[in-house]
Design a protein around this ligand. Structure first.
Ligand code: ZN
Length: 459
């Protein structure tokens, strides 16, 4: 393919930007890609790609799955281009590929693992054709940006290449129906005896049969619309899992023993997962890597060496008091409802500090608080939750929502300055949850440190 001069110029400018950022000791996440795409918008068309590409998309879990896939491939000697430094839109993906390309635009590495934002599909897949594409799940998320889940489904369905082998969640009636003509391998989790299911979420993103519009009947609902459904009228039913988790036991140190049924055999893994959501992520990882060609033994051995990054879930103990930090992803009602469910499942008496960052929305346009009415804040209406402390300019909105959830007003505390939330906790509680958003990691750290100081000084 003849490459235009602007491509070579963009490539050199991108490389210089990466060098400059390195000199300034700053991470090259999106900026080099932005520079390149400003000069040559179809840059990715001309850049040589690695030979084998695994892409990961979906509403929840894509970062965790990408990290696990990358860690396991690296552990098995595969050197992969990747964007696990953070940029999952076109600019970040361009930066990742640019970093590992030569000055003539050739790929330095043979393998590639890319996390891809769902809405970026139209800017990525015309140029990058993943050999394996994992979709973890699709649920409503960031309404102003993503509209409804069907809008995102349609984007993916239109732009995912016909050649990609899909790895899909059979327990998600929505994403399991992506690109029905493509090759596909399904993963899922069968109903586990004694499992605590969550059939009482407020939202379900699909209620009717995608074939005949009759009501769906669920064999079981694990959470939101994730579960195993059949149609009440036609013969539509959830797809059969090729990799099906049939046993799952959690250990006390945040891990899980799982048994995965595949082609009549059973395979046991010890995985670094403390909840069912992460068991889905690990099963997606196993399915993608087995499809890629890794053996059970290779994956099983590597899983023993990896851990879930502490930025998402962390327990700190000071003077017999527990601080549990939990990533909840603001504007994402499914992720937030999970956090509320984890809090209610812990029987100890607790404070819940909520640090959500909605302000990036409000900076540019009208505010959108619709999503907080889809979060199951009702789960926090239980005796063991002693106080809920909310910080920031949206505290009033959250207070109204918590009151609608039936939470007594005397349990709700508002704090104008988010840095000061730790001062409002009930110090008698054994546990304090810090539920934070992906965009306010700094506030989470400040709050954790303030809590640590408070508990240290208490003795
Ligand atoms: Zn039907």
């Amino acid at each position: 393919m003849k490459k235009p001069i602007k491509f070579s110029f963009a490539l050199i400018c991108g490389k210089i930007t990466i060098k400059l950022l390195k000199l300034l000791k700053r991470n090259a996440t999106n900026l080099p890609g932005s520079v390149v795409l400003a000069i040559c918008p179809d840059f990715l068309k001309y850049l040589e790609k690695p030979e084998k590409i695994i892409a990961i998309t979906g509403t929840n879990g894509k970062t965790t799955v990408s990290n696990m896939i990358l860690d396991i491939l690296t552990d098995n000697g595969y050197d992969c281009t990747n964007n696990n430094f953070g940029g999952n839109v076109d600019t970040g993906i361009t930066t990742a590929l640019l970093k590992d390309s030569t000055l003539s635009g050739k790929a330095k590495k043979k393998y590639c693992v890319l996390e891809v934002d769902e809405r970026s599909a139209l800017r990525i897949y015309p140029y990058i054709k993943p050999d394996i594409l994992v979709c973890t799940n699709l649920t409503r998320d960031s309404y102003k940006r993503n509209a409804h889940v069907e809008y995102i489904f349609n984007i993916l369905n239109k732009y995912i290449p016909d050649s990609s082998h899909l790895v899909l969640n059979c327990d998600d009636i929505i994403s399991s129906r992506l690109k029905l003509q493509n090759k596909r391998t399904y993963f899922g989790i069968a109903k586990i005896p004694g499992e605590r299911l969550i059939p009482d979420n407020i939202i379900k993103d699909i209620n009717i049969c995608p074939i005949c519009n009759a009501h769906l009947k669920y064999d079981f609902i694990r959470y939101n619309h994730i579960g195993r459904a059949t149609c009440s009228k036609c013969d539509f039913k959830f797809p059969k899992a090729d990799f099906d988790v049939i046993e799952r036991t959690f250990t006390d140190d945040g891990k899980a023993h799982i048994t995965v049924a595949n082609e009549g055999n059973e395979y046991k893994y010890l995985i670094p997962c403390e909840n069912t959501i992460n068991v889905y992520n690990a099963t997606a990882t196993i399915t993608a890597l087995r499809t890629f060609g890794l053996t059970y033994e290779q994956i099983e051995a590597s899983f023993k060496k990896i851990s879930i990054v502490k930025s998402r879930f962390e327990i700190i103990e000071v003077n017999n008091k527990k601080i549990i930090s939990l990533l909840a992803k603001g504007q994402n009602p499914v992720a937030c409802s999970h956090a509320c469910n984890i809090v209610r499942d812990n029987p100890s008496e607790k404070n819940v500090i909520m640090l959500f960052d909605d302000m990036f929305d409000a900076k540019y346009a009208t505010e959108n608080t619709a999503w907080i009415y889809d979060v199951d804040f009702e789960f926090l209406n239980c005796d063991s939750v002693k106080r809920i402390i909310i910080g920031g300019e949206r505290a009033g909105d959250y207070t109204l929502r918590l009151l609608i959830a039936g939470i007594p007003q005397e349990k709700i505390f508002c704090c104008e300055h988010e840095e000061d939330v730790a001062e409002l906790i009930d110090a008698n509680c054994e546990t304090t949850y810090v539920v934070f958003d992906i965009y306010n990691e700094h506030l989470r750290r400040i709050t954790e440190n303030n809590l640590k100081e408070k508990f240290k000084n208490a003795c």
